[in-house]
Design a protein around this ligand. Sequence first.
Ligand SMILES: [Fe+2]
Ligand SMILES: [Fe+2]
Length: 166
Amino acid sequence: MSTDAIVVLKEDHKEIRRLFREFEKAGDRAEARKGKLVEQIIENLTVHTYLENEVMYPEVRKLLPDLEDDVLESYEEHHVADVLCVELAGMSPDDERFDAKTTVLIESVTHHIEEEEQEWFPKVREGVGRKQLQEIGARMVELRKDAPRKPSQPSALKKAVDAVTA
Ligand SMILES: [Fe+2]
Ligand SMILES: [Fe+2]
C-alpha cells in the first residue's frame, strides 16, 4: 500500500465525506443512527486532525515556506472543527441543536477538505519529492496507531491548545 502523504490524507477525506453523506441521508427522526454517525465522524476527524497537525502541516511549513498562510489557515479551520466536535461529543442526538451543529461541522470541514485537495495539496505535490512524501506518509501511518480517537483524550486536547498558543 502506498504511504504517499497526500494519498493517505485523501483516503481519510473520502471516508469522512462518506460519513457526512450518510448523516445527510438519515431521516429527521433517525436519532439513534445519527448519534452513531456523529460518533464515527468525531472519531475520524480527531484522528485525521492529529495526523495533519502533528506531521503534515509542520512538514509542509518547513519545506514550502510559501504555503505558510495556507497552513496557518488550516490550523484555524481545524480548531473550529475541534470546538464543534467537543460540543457534539457532549450532546444528545435529541437536542434541538444537534442536527444544526452537525450541519455546520459538515459545511466547514467540507470547505476545508476542498481547499486542501484543490488548492494547496497540488502545490505540495509539485514542490515536495516523491520519496519525501512517502516518508511523511509513513510517519502518519505509524502515528495513527497511537492517535487520539476522542476529543477528550489528553493528546487531542494538547494538540488543540498548541494550535492556539504556538
Ligand atoms: Fe486539514
Ligand atoms: Fe485533511
